[in-house]
Every structure is written in C-alpha cells, then in structure tokens.
Design a protein around this ligand. Structure first.
Ligand SMILES: Nc1ncnc2c1ncn2[C@@H]1O[C@H](COP(=O)(O)OP(=O)(O)O)[C@@H](O)[C@H]1O
Ligand SMILES: [Mg+2]
Length: 511
C-alpha cells in the first residue's frame, strides 16, 4: 500500500521533472562510469544536432562533437570537477553534423561511493547562443566606445598641433625671398595638413558621431582632389566620368571627403598593384522610393567608385558595413562602417554592388540641392579700408605667434594674450587708454583657465556690440548654432588658413 503510493508519487515527480526540463529546453545526461554507458535525453540529442535515438551516446561521442578549439578546456572542466570534488560547469561550442556551430552551457555533478570514488555523473546542458551573441555585441560596443574616447582625446591634441604647423608654414610662405619651387612645396605641405585634418575628423566622427558642418559643395573638385590624393604614387589607372553640370549637394565636405577617401583606399588595397579605378558622378532622379537605397523620390547625385580588383566574397557581403569587419591583417574594419554612418547622417545611402567578371563597386546617393541665389563672393581681404584692431587669445603659444605675424602681414593691428583672464585685462586696459579693440578672436578651450565662451560673455557685459570669433580646437565641442547664440559672429575649426579668419572678419565688418 505504502510502497505503491510511493511508486506513484515517484512517477509523478519524474513526470514533473521531465516537463520542467522540456519547458526549459534542457538536455540531460546520465553517465555510468562503471560500465561507461551514457544516456542522453531526446533534447540532448537535438542540442548536439542529432535526431534522438539515431546513435549510441558515449563520452567519446560527446568529446568528438565539441569544437576542436574548445575540447581541451571542456576536458579540463571535467577533470577539475573530478579532482576537486566540485560541481561541474563548462561552456563550449558544439559542431553539428551539418557544420553549424552552437554554444552550450553544461552543469553537472558526480555521485560517489562510500570511499569517495565517483561511479556516476548526472547533468544538464542548454543552448546559450543568444546570450553569447548579446555578450559579443556588448563587448564590441564597449570596445568601440573606448576606442571612441581615445580617438576623441587624440584628435583634440592632434588638431592643435596641426593648427600650429599650418600657421608656421603660412608664415614662411609669406617670405618674399622664397623661390617659386619652395613656395609650391609649402603650398603642398598646407594641403597635406588639410588631409591630416580630415583624418582627425574621422576619429572625431567615430568618437562622438560628429557635428555636421554642412555647406553647399561642388563634388567635382572634391572628388578629383580626394581621389588623386588617395591614389598618389600608385600604379593605378584612374578614369573619371564626372558630369559637367553636377548640382551642388548640402554636405559636410570633410566628411564626404572621408567617405570617398575610404572607398578609394580600399580599392587601392584590393588591387595591391596596377589596376583600374573608375569614379563616376552623375545626376539620378528617383521617381519613387528606391528599395535598395531606401531613398526617394527626388533629384540625387550618384557617385560610384569601382575597381577591377578581386571583388568581395559572397559570404562577406552582408558584413561589410559592420564595425570591425576586416579581412586585412592590419585592417581596422572601420572604413566602411564610418562611411555608412556618415552617408546615412546626410540622409543619403551607400550600397555595394559586385562587378562582373571581377571587381567591386560602391554607389553613394546624396540629395541634390535646390538651386539657390548665388552667394555674393567675399572681397579679398587686401581691400580693407582701415586697420582693424584685433585681440587674440589662445594658450597655444606657437599658433599665437604665427597668427600674429600672419595678421600683421595682412595689415591688421594685432595683440595676443594666452589666457581668458589676461585677455580681459588687456581688453580693459586698451579701452581705458582709448585704443579699444574692434574684435576678439578666442580659443574655446583653455586647459585649467577661462575659455572663450566665458571670456566673451564677460567682455560683452562691457561692450555689448563687440565682435567675437571663436576658434575651436575640437570641432565637436559645440555646434556653430550654439556658439552663434552666445553672440559669436563666427567659428573657425582648427587648423584654419589665415584667409579663413580674414575672410570672416571682412564679412562680419560689412554686415
Ligand atoms: N574595393 C574592395 N575590394 C575588395 N574588398 C573590399 C573592398 N572594399 C572593402 N572590401 C572588404 O571590406 C572589408 C572592410 O573594409 P573597411 O571597413 O574599409 O575596413 P578595412 O579596410 O580596415 O579592412 C575589407 O577588409 C575588405 O575585405
Ligand atoms: Mg578600409
């Protein structure tokens, strides 16, 4: 009586356990270590990619199913549990007969006899694919974030150094004794500094997403310059097919430059020697929404960059725009990911297209600007009527020195200060002496001191009409609009050319 109730309770409990294991998608095993017989539950078979009951389970079968790279550690986990009389826990990949790989987490324990000898092992396994994917995703995000922080910090310092270099080079270029050959070299140096600036922008884009500094740009020159630079010194033959009447696009020139440069550099690396790169730009009207590009309708400028290199393997095609996807030994896998995010933020699209018989084509669509009234061209700064008095503030001494010399050479009356506090003192002193300044040009960030925004606010308390121009070493600190709301007449991202500053001063003066 008692024993039959016991039996039915046992059966019920077993049934409940089976249901629970089933609901949790757990597989179970039971290993008799005396006979070496192993029992797997139907779920166990499935988690290892087998049809239940189609093969005889064994310890060897288990080990053989494990991914070769994970086998040593799976065996280790077992040995540790045995030696230390601890519960067993292990995470490994199994390779299914179909070749698919899946993640498994196993937990179990040993039954031991009175002498402590293990004679049986029981345990459960579960699939943890989705957990691993999430973890990998999180790891990648964290890596990207730390890379972003580092990149942002470096970009800041680097930009300041570039500003000093370009200012020094500009000073030397002013020297009348310079031969045409040397002058051309210096002009070239300035252009390369401009390219280095574009590179720091890439880091900044990555660090913070970057603020778009949109302008109406003519892609014709931007494309020829960028492609020429990216292919300089290579045996690659370039073919341009750029529509002569190309409509301007509203875009951030340095970011679009970065996109084109990444694509051309990829083509150059794929060709790894002689080959052909074809760059086209033409209008394209989309009457409806283009399903591939996800854009439209409207008028677009399409830029395509095509090479006749080896092309991209089919299994890689859907990973191209994923950060860190690279097939190159020293690759970062950030080129296409960044290009994609830039183009998307411009409201455009970038797609990959294979080329027959071999090669790669990327096509970028950017919305064409509506034609606007032509802007009045600024007059050259040499045409200024009277000497304008300027007060500069920057903690970067070499930049300051160069800037003062450049401005003086262009007929400005300039004084320089190295901190917000000094700037304010000098401003007040000059004003009291009846030699006030018409405009101040202020660095936005001064480590450990008062920056441009605060300094300008203080000066404006005294002279509400004072003209202020901000110099930002870190293009992303504040958007142009935010600075203009604070009363700045304009913002210059370092490194800038002296003409950028004088042009801005002219425009402000005439306004
Ligand atoms: N023009 C191309 N030809 C062949 N493969 C390319 C081309 N452009 C990109 N790829 C492939 O896409 C991958 C990712 O490119 P990218 O994001 O620029 O990173 P990286 O250049 O650092 O590898 C490259 O490693 C390469 O496998
Ligand atoms: Mg690349």
């Amino acid at each position: 009586m008692n024993s039959s109730r016991g039996t039915s309770e046992m059966l019920e409990a077993t049934q409940r356990l089976a249901l629970t294991l089933d609901a949790a998608q757990l597989g179970t095993w039971d290993w008799d270590m005396m006979t070496n017989a192993v029992i797997w539950s139907p779920h166990y078979f499935q988690l290892f990619g087998f049809t239940p009951g189609t093969l005889t389970p064994s310890h060897e079968r288990w080990l053989a199913s494990i991914h070769p790279d994970d086998r040593p550690q799976a065996q280790d986990a077992l040995r540790r549990a045995l030696d230390h009389r601890a519960p067993y826990h292990s995470i490994y990949r199994v390779v299914w007969p179909s070749g698919e790989t899946h993640w498994i987490e196993g937990r179990g324990f040993f039954l031991r006899d009175a002498t402590g000898l293990p004679y049986r092992m029981l345990g459960v396994i579960m699939n943890i694919d989705s957990q691993r994917t999430l973890e990998a995703e999180r790891e990648r995000a964290a890596r990207l974030e730390s890379l972003g922080l580092v990149a942002g910090g470096i970009a800041h310092d680097f930009n300041n150094h570039l500003a000093s270099i370009s200012a020094c080079v500009e000073v030397v270029r002013l020297d009348a004794r310079l031969g045409p050959e040397s002058a051309a070299q210096l002009t070239e140096a300035l252009r390369v500094v401009g390219q280095a600036q574009a590179l720091t922008r890439q880091l900044i884009t990555f660090a913070k997403g970057g603020t778009l500094r949109k302008a109406s740009i003519d892609l014709h020159d931007l494309i020829t310059d960028t492609v020429g630079f990216a292919l300089r010194g290579s045996p690659i033959q370039v073919e341009f097919e750029l529509a002569a009447d190309l409509a301007p696009v509203e875009a951030d020139p340095s970011q679009i430059q970065q996109v084109i440069s990444s694509l051309v550099v990829n083509a150059r690396q794929a060709l790894a020697g002689p080959g052909r790169v074809r760059v086209r730009a033409a209008h394209r009207r989309l009457e409806t929404v283009d399903p591939v590009a996800g854009l439209g309708p409207g008028k677009f400028v399409e830029v395509t960059i095509e090479d006749d290199g080896p092309g991209i393997a089919p299994e890689h095609r859907n990973k191209l725009f994923t950060p860190y996807f690279t097939t190159k030994a020293g690759g970062t896998g950030l080129g296409l990911a960044t290009a994609h995010s830039i183009v998307r933020r411009h409201g455009g699209s970038i797609v990959y297209q294979p080329v027959q018989p071999h090669g790669t084509r990327f096509s970028i669509l950017l919305r064409a600007s509506e034609p606007a009234a032509a802007e009045e061209a600024p007059r050259p700064s040499e045409a200024r009527p009277a000497r304008q008095r300027l007060l500069l503030m920057d903690d970067n001494q070499s930049l300051l020195t160069s800037l003062v010399r450049l401005l003086k050479a262009r007929g400005y009356d300039v004084e320089a200060t190295a901190s917000g506090e000094e700037c304010e003192r000098r401003y007040l002193a000059a004003r009291d002496a009846g030699q006030g300044f018409e405009a101040v040009v202020l660095d936005l960030t001064v480590p450990g001191g008062r920056g441009g925004v605060e300094t300008f606010a203080a000066l404006r308390q005294i002279d509400p009409d004072l003209t202020g121009i901000a110099m930002s070493g870190y293009a992303e600190v504040e958007s142009n609009q935010a600075l203009e709301r604070q009363g700045f007449a304009g913002v210059l991202a370092k490194p800038f050319k002296c003409e950028d500053l004088t042009g801005l001063l002219e425009r402000v003066r005439r306004a």
